[in-house]
Design a binder for this molecule. Structure first.
Ligand code: IGP
Length: 277
């Protein structure tokens, strides 16, 4: 029996449905051939993956520029994408993630562009990618990496989109939430970076145990394939970071707990415990 309190896939389906209309509209305004012509003048690609591997002594931080979410509503009223991004950079983040979905997260490609022109760190485009067209939009706006969510893509789409991302010189962060999804993505060719989302995108429940459980079952395989693992969502304290680092992740993706603090730079330092050094 479906649980009426958490209708399965409801939000994800709604996001994907809306995304299709959005893409159709964007393609009218900015045809793919136009974007392809712009590639030569797009900002140079920075290496997202190597930035995550630089400091082996602690998990690297991907700090997320996030104004709102369907589960939390508005996270920060006086939201200034550039102020937050530059504070993340000063605080010691390795990379940034910029939400570009407008309707559900109040993000934008304009934010991605302006963040690109104000920080040096590699940038992840945090989007619900369902069409390769969006990958070109991300690259021309200055993305260095793109998120692919296994829950909304077929195996064939994942493989094809991964190729497009790599052909454009970027990295793909392939996100999973279940062992079934992890096993699907482990079959992909050229997989380098996997994200384990602690949040269930269908009903928004959070469980840090997700990272632990999936790694306990597939750590060896991930390691032998040389795949870098990122734990995503619901991480608030340096104790949370230690927990997922012990489980075997190389990096963490954190949004809400940093964005909502009045001193974002200090929040990054204390999350990374740089304030104690
Ligand atoms: O704000 P949090 O709980 O620290 O989470 C950040 C990030 O993991 C989350 O925004 C996220 C992870 N995967 C996603 C996919 C789509 C939209 C958002 C997300």
């Amino acid at each position: 029996m479906p649980n009426p309190a958490s209708p399965p896939r409801y939000i994800l389906d709604e996001i994907v449905l809306h995304k299709k209309q959005e893409i159709a509209q964007m393609q009218k305004e900015l045809p793919l051939t136009f974007l392809q012509n712009q590639l030569t003048t797009a900002p140079t690609v920075r290496n997202f993956l190597t930035a995550l591997q630089e400091n082996p002594s602690q998990p690297s931080l991907i700090a997320e520029v996030k104004k709102a979410s369907p589960s939390r509503g508005i996270i920060r009223e006086d939201f200034d994408a550039v102020a937050i991004a530059t504070a993340y950079e000063r605080g010691g983040a390795a990379c940034l993630s910029v939400l570009t979905d407008q309707k559900f997260f109040q993000g934008s490609f304009a934010n991605l562009r302006t963040v690109r022109s104000h920080v040096e760190l590699p940038l992840l485009c945090k989007e619900f990618i369902i069409d390769p067209y969006q990958i070109y939009v991300a690259r021309t706006a200055g993305a260095d990496a793109v998120l692919l969510i296994a829950a909304i893509l077929s195996d064939e789409e994942l493989q094809a989109f991964l190729h497009v991302i790599h052909d454009l010189g970027m990295n793909a962060l392939v996100e999973v939430h279940t062992l079934i999804e992890l096993d699907r993505v482990l079959k992909l060719e050229n997989l380098r970076l996997v994200g384990i989302n602690n949040r269930n995108l269908e009903n928004f429940t959070l469980d840090l145990g997700t990272t632990k459980q999936l790694l306990a079952q597939r750590q060896q395989q991930l390691q032998s394939l040389g795949i870098t693992v990122v734990s995503e969502s619901g991480l608030y304290t340096s104790a949370d970071l230690s927990l997922v680092a012990e489980a075997g992740v190389r990096a963490v993706l954190v949004g809400e707990s940093l964005v909502k603090q009045s001193d974002v730079e200090q929040a990054v330092r204390s999350l990374l415990r740089h304030d104690l050094l």
